[in-house]
Design a binder for this molecule. Sequence first.
Ligand code: GH3
Ligand code: MG
Ligand code: MG
Length: 397
Amino acid sequence: MHLDLLTLVAMGSFVAACAGAVLLVAWFQNRKLPALGLWGLANIVEALGIASLMLGAALDEPSWSLFGSALLAFAPGLIWKAARTFDVKAAPLILAVLGAALVGAASMFPGTLIAAGPLSLAFSTVYMLAAAISLWLGSNDSNEVLKARWPIIILVALHAAVLSVGLYSTLNGSVGPGEIPPIMSLFGFIHFENIVFNLGTAVFILALVKERSEAASERTARVDSLTGIANRAAFMENAGRALELCRREKSSVSVIMCDLDRFKLINDTHGHAIGDTVIKTFSEISTGALWPNDLVGRIGGEEFAIVLPRASVEMAQARAERIRVDFAEACCFVDGHRVNATVSCGLSVSANAEETLSELLRHADLALYCAKAEGRNCVRADNPGPDGSERNVIRVA
Ligand code: GH3
Ligand code: MG
Ligand code: MG
């Protein structure tokens, strides 16, 4: 089968239209992903642009060629907008349309119609470069690592490079007006790369969106919705890792269990909304008292656990005491209600982190039980006996 450049160009238009349709369907299914819609629209605009150029050449009608060149400058503008929208950055439509508008405007003057093609290529190169840079800058966000971002950055940057080579060759006059270059030429390669670009970016933008939504669901599954801190599962996982680190370092580790006092009564007296505010206030106070490697999690309704790596018993006691006092002060009044909420804390310490997390939590729980039994609003520490076997609970405050 003999493949000529015109057939390859027509295939490029068809592939762009198909890729655009797939992305638009994906966007219709989830309207919260505007980047997909914009990228799909860009592909459709490009398909129409190529078709218009071909029509212009076939009919020898310059207005179709001009329209095609303008569309081919608009499509990369939309890709730039899509890339920025994906990272929630501003991308005014006027800037995305600017290239197409200037291509159209520049061709209005007598004798300048010939400039439409190169000008369109120049804008396309700039938009692609800007899109690649924007996607690359987005990868610096340490809260979100998306593997599928890199193939897109590479494809977009490569496309910008190929377009710039096309622009250079066009300006160099390597192809005369109206002349169709052979398939085995630079222009054949450019159109082939265009097909790879449209197919590749469509696949990877879908993968990127999927990766982001999966990462978001995973984050949501690990965070307590009321307080925004780690939930039980995430806390246990993180705490297990922190404990393992302390064990390897043979450093001490402390665990504090906190349980809000007579919380059922607070709910019954002041309502569930006030109860929720009290829980949120406790989470804010305990988070504020943490040092960089400390961990806190909501492990039950009104129960929280804290892990303090490398903390001695004195340090853990001081931290628990500070949380207790600050919380009692903050929750004296809540939204105009005299709530007088307090918290009881139990803590356990392991000198070289040899105990398991569940053992440490159990010992902290025993100390917490004593704090409750001894009147609440206090801190008790579970203390290993001198030989590490016998344990007794000591009064802290
Ligand atoms: P104690 O001092 O012995 O700990 O008594 P308590 O009343 O705090 O303990 P209890 O276990 O009897 O009650 C806990 C209450 O916490 C019961 C439950 O309705 C309430 N609770 C659990 N989760 C939430 C929540 O998300 N919001 C609110 N407002 N209340 C909650
Ligand atoms: Mg409880
Ligand atoms: Mg309680």
